[in-house]
Design a protein around this ligand. Structure first.
Ligand code: ZN
Length: 497
């Protein structure tokens, strides 16, 4: 269960819990961007910088690390610096980081840390659209929304503790424990509007067309919609997606542009050609060092293993685990064990990994020469939507004395028998990759393609190295609504291997 107190509910909850609100009230400060008084939990500008610096080190590895191509990262930082110099705090040091992940997102930490993913860069059409994203994030910093969120986290933890004691469950310490959890929490609509207002102001001052903010939003929407369909959850944004963390609408952006009072930019910068030149060759999709999804196969050239999931399952490569979603909520999760253990794998399974769980049908296995063990449990899953009885099949595989991997098959009880054979095949598909196989795995890259006269979107898309939805992927990548033929010499984005 997760408690998600909103700002409005906080004072009432505090009153209910009989907690003194006084120390919290003293923690309001003025945000330079908006001049508005905000609640930061007593965080000074120096505190913000210190917090940001500390969190920066933790958050970068959680999103695949910093993208290594300095031609790209230097370019993005130069756009960010140009915008930041037009802000209310032109002398504040901003740090712009391109994160090496296919996730489409941008966010900010207190102390001027702004992040943008290479997944987002691949989706943008020109420099002005990226400037719009950076300007919006700078707005979150100068309006001190990022600091405000940390202030709220303190309050949330206070409340969590209180409720926990009331309900006799002990302190709810995991409320917003993870750093990424705070960075990825949604802003309020009011905060989004403030950041758009500020972002429009910075864009106009730097010479960009603020309208690029709105044009990029429609690309983000189309991308989010497609991703949610791929996941089999149409209309539901992924929690790591920018549409989830920055809830914005075209209407409100249009209103921000009108109300920002920014002067109309004569001859605004769009810089499409410059932008496309810079992102030509950008890594697309997974970085091989994080493992690659290729259709129903997952291959990790660095850790040198591979496995394949059944037909009807779709793989997602996450920072901590690989997940495959199948029919009716059936899932396969794959992760590396925190620590390895010596001795029989059945002992590891029952005494270390699943300690305290009543496992049935425990047996030891040999999977492609590797020691493994499996066990079965039936449980009940709570929560909204897919609740009910589920079967869990656990498989632990030791690839070397230091490394154990976990596979967790979760199936609705009524599907377990029907999927048993498929899941068994997935278990036995786990194998080591040879050095030669690993070396052959190349990342996909974004390429800028110049169209020939009459060339169609479908024809260009057909050459992209994807197993499915090639045309749709091409259209989303290029912000197009439907198949069309191009005139000679138009520049479009495509993906190659
Ligand atoms: Zn935002």
């Amino acid at each position: 269960m997760s408690l998600r107190p909103t700002r409005r509910r906080i004072p009432r909850l505090l009153a209910l819990l009989g907690l003194a609100a006084l120390p919290l009230l003293a923690a309001c400060e003025t945000a330079p961007g908006t001049g508005r008084s905000i609640f930061t939990g007593g965080m000074s500008a120096a505190d913000e910088t210190e917090l940001g610096t500390r969190e920066h080190r933790k958050i970068v590895p959680q999103f695949g690390g910093a993208y290594a191509d300095t031609a790209v990262t230097g370019y993005i930082a130069s756009i960010g610096d140009l915008l930041a110099r037009t802000s209310e705090t032109p002398n504040t040091k901003f740090t712009f980081t391109v994160l090496d992940t296919p996730i489409v997102n941008a966010f900010a930490l207190p102390g001027g840390y702004v992040y943008i993913t290479r997944g987002l860069l691949a989706l943008a059409d020109n420099e002005a659209e990226v400037a719009g994203v950076l300007a919006h994030e700078i707005g979150h910093v100068t309006a001190r929304h990022s600091a405000e969120r940390y202030g709220q986290t303190v309050t949330a933890n206070v409340i969590g503790l209180g409720l926990g004691l009331l309900l006799g469950r002990g302190p709810a310490t995991d409320l917003y424990g993870a750093v990424a959890g705070v960075a990825l929490r949604s802003y309020s609509r009011e905060q989004e509007y403030e950041s758009d207002l500020l972002g429009v102001r910075y864009m106009a001052r730097a010479g960009y067309d603020p309208g690029a903010m709105a044009s990029f939003l429609s690309r983000l929407r189309a991308h989010s919609r497609f991703e949610s369909e791929l996941r089999g959850e149409p209309g539901k944004a992924d929690r790591f997606d920018i549409m989830q963390t920055h809830p914005r609408t075209a209407d409100r952006i249009a209103r921000a542009i009108r109300e920002a009072g920014a002067k109309t930019v004569a001859d605004p910068i769009t810089a499409r050609d410059r932008y496309l030149d810079k992102i030509d060759g950008l890594l697309y999709g997974d970085n091989p060092s994080q493992g690659l999804v290729r259709g129903r196969r997952f291959l990790h050239p660095g850790l040198r293993f591979a496995f394949e999931v059944p037909q009807g399952f779709r793989l997602f490569n996450g920072a901590k685990r690989v997940t495959a979603r199948g029919p009716e909520g059936a899932t396969i999760a794959f992760e590396r064990a925190k620590r390895a253990a010596r001795g029989p794998m059945t002992a590891y399974l029952t005494q270390v990994w699943a300690e305290g769980v009543r496992l049935r049908e425990v047996e030891s296995l040999t999977i492609n020469g590797m020691a493994a063990a499996t066990g079965f449990a039936r449980g009940r899953k709570g929560g909204r939507g897919r609740s009910g009885a589920v079967d869990l099949r656990l498989v632990a595989i030791r690839t070397d004395p230091q490394t154990i991997y976990h596979m967790i098959f979760e199936t609705p009880v009524r599907l377990t028998a029907a999927l048993a054979r498929d899941l068994r095949e997935t278990t036995y598909s786990f194998r080591r990759l040879s050095a030669a196989e690993a070396a052959r795995l190349k990342p996909r890259r974004l390429r800028i393609h110049r169209t020939g006269a009459g060339e169609t979107a479908a024809a260009i898309a057909a050459a992209m190295p994807f197993e499915d939805h090639r045309l749709r992927r091409f259209l989303v990548l290029n912000g197009l609504a439907r198949d069309q033929s191009f005139p000679a010499g138009q520049r479009v984005k495509t993906v190659t291997e």
